[in-house]
Design a binder for this molecule. Structure first.
Ligand code: HEC
Length: 99
């Protein structure tokens, strides 16, 4: 049985290896979940703040503040906790580059 488990582990490893997350596409996929509230490409049509065209630094500070609870929020505090620091960096870079 032990060898079966290692074959399984090897397959799992291969599966993970064969789908490397492309660096440029990952932020875009993550950003889709922001579009529901902030609008496509962060251009909000309603009361929720527009988030495109800010500096990556500003976005990172906002998201980090939401995540650690220092920035007052109604929903972003809970949302930000669902993203790793790496994902927050990627999102900040992505939105800062939108024209
Ligand atoms: C469920 C709706 C919702 C989703 C999804 C959402 N946001 Fe927000 N966002 C808000 C609201 C509402 C605010 C205003 C602060 C608050 O009350 O939480 C906000 C505020 C922000 C701010 C600060 C803007 C400012 O001017 O202070 C940033 C940056 C931000 N969101 C980024 C994101 C990113 C990046 C995502 C995707 C990972 C995202 N948001 C997903 C609703 C949402």
């Amino acid at each position: 049985m032990a060898h079966l488990r290692s074959i399984f582990a090897a397959c799992l490893g291969l599966t993970l290896l064969s789908f490397p997350a492309p660096a440029q596409e990952m932020p875009l996929a993550l950003a889709l979940s922001c579009a529901a509230c902030h609008g496509t490409d962060g251009k909000s049509p309603g009361a929720i703040p527009t988030i495109d065209g800010r500096s990556a630094k500003e976005m990172k500070e906002a998201l980090a503040g939401f995540k650690n609870g220092t920035r007052p929020a109604t929903v972003m505090n809970r949302l930000a906790k669902g993203y790793t620091d790496q994902e927050i960096d990627a999102l900040a870079d992505y939105f800062s580059k939108i024209k």
